[in-house]
Design a protein around this ligand. Structure first.
Ligand code: KG4
Ligand code: ZN
Length: 347
């Protein structure tokens, strides 16, 4: 018998994502982004995001079914991001999923966006190793996780004490006059820069921090340091070397993320790492993580960039895993919530 077909819906922020999987085989991954509508405000405007989801979701559903060569009647179960995220944006996806569940008479899983970012790699590289250390780095979250029991138990080891890694990229990009969201622009600008040009601070690397915060991150000091560095240059009438600043900032962020990930592996005797979330698309983070994991004898997995940033396939992947593990579907009145701990995979 062929594995069940799961349709995943993602609307937690500014991407309307519809993904379709058969088991862990990816059949479709349609994304409609409202990012251009937010760019002039320098950040995601929740009301604009919600309205864009409303307009984009139905055409995206149709396109995904066409790509997968199925109709909605072929779908065995639905999965939808129930949190965390922007509440108005989430509600569009959740209401759509609940309506489809009722109309088609199929189960629906209200799932965790953060857990989806980790599990999505199974679509590309097969089942996650047990145990695995997960580095989750997105626009709203940065954490180190211990993923065990066939990805059914996700235990936080550490997290950012202030800004998320993606937020740090976005704020620095803004200081440099680059568009929103800044991460991809910093990545591109850094190609022509010298990563050793400026030594920006590595958060939580002071005396005693290693013991007190072994797996945590802090990026707000980095943003302040960049702002001061730029202000000093400008006060001296000197131009700002955007490529060098971008490369040096990227180096500082990748350095702390990868160093703490390898430490977590060594301390917990784990030799597998998976990296997920939008920042996992960063080319320097990918390269540095690969080099450091190779040196430490750790097997590294990172999904390809389009599976790292928000998408519907990741939601379908987690839904598919829940179905395969025999987890009960969510009740039709499951809540939509802007805060949902990574430990809770579904309702
Ligand atoms: O996971 P994601 O798509 O949405 C959230 O759940 O937050 O992550 C978005 C974040 C943004 O901060 C964006 O700037 C960052 O991921 N990002 C990157 C890159 N691509 C996306 N950061 C650095 N380098 C990239 N190539
Ligand atoms: Zn995300």
């Amino acid at each position: 018998m062929s594995p069940p077909i799961i349709l995943g819906i993602e609307t937690s922020c500014d991407e309307t994502g519809i993904g379709i999987v058969r088991g862990q085989e990816l059949l479709a991954n349609q994304i409609a982004s409202s990012v251009d509508e937010h760019a002039r405000f320098g950040g995601v405007v929740p009301e604009i995001a919600s309205r864009s989801h409303l307009e984009a979701i139905e055409p995206a559903l149709r396109r995904a079914c066409t790509d997968a060569g199925i109709t909605l009647d072929d779908v065995d179960a639905l999965a939808v991001t129930a949190g965390p995220g922007l509440i108005g944006a989430l509600l569009v996806g959740v209401a759509t999923a609940k309506a489809l569940s009722a109309a088609l008479g199929i189960p629906v899983y209200g799932v965790n966006h953060l857990a989806s970012h980790v599990v999505v790699d199974e679509l590309q590289h097969g089942p996650l190793a047990d145990p695995t250390v997960g580095l989750l780095v997105s626009g709203g979250h940065s954490s180190l996780l211990l993923v065990t029991d066939d990805a059914s138990v996700i235990t936080p080891l550490g997290q950012t004490l202030d800004d998320a890694a993606g937020e740090a990229f976005d704020k620095v990009a803004r200081l440099l006059g680059l568009p929103f969201p800044g991460g991809p622009w910093i990545d591109r600008a850094a190609v022509d820069g010298d990563a050793s040009a400026i030594s920006f601070p590595r958060g939580l690397s002071g005396p005693g921090d290693r013991e007190r915060y072994p797996y945590d991150f802090s990026f707000s000091g980095l943003k302040t340091a960049v702002a001061r560095w730029i202000a000093t240059r400008e006060a001296a009438g000197q131009g700002v070397p955007v490529a060098d600043v971008a490369a040096s900032v990227q180096e500082a962020i990748a350095d702390v993320l990868t160093a703490r990930t390898v430490s977590a592996c060594i301390d917990h005797g784990v030799d597998h790492v998976v990296i997920g979330g939008g920042v996992a698309a960063n080319s320097r983070l990918r390269a540095m993580a690969q080099a450091r994991c190779d040196a430490a004898g750790i097997t590294l997995r990172i999904p390809r960039p389009d599976l790292c940033t928000d998408n519907g396939a990741m939601v379908a992947a987690l839904g598919s895993r829940l179905v395969a593990s025999g987890v009960a579907p969510s009740p039709l009145d499951f809540p939509t919530t802007s805060h949902l701990p990574v430990t809770q995979r579904s309702w």
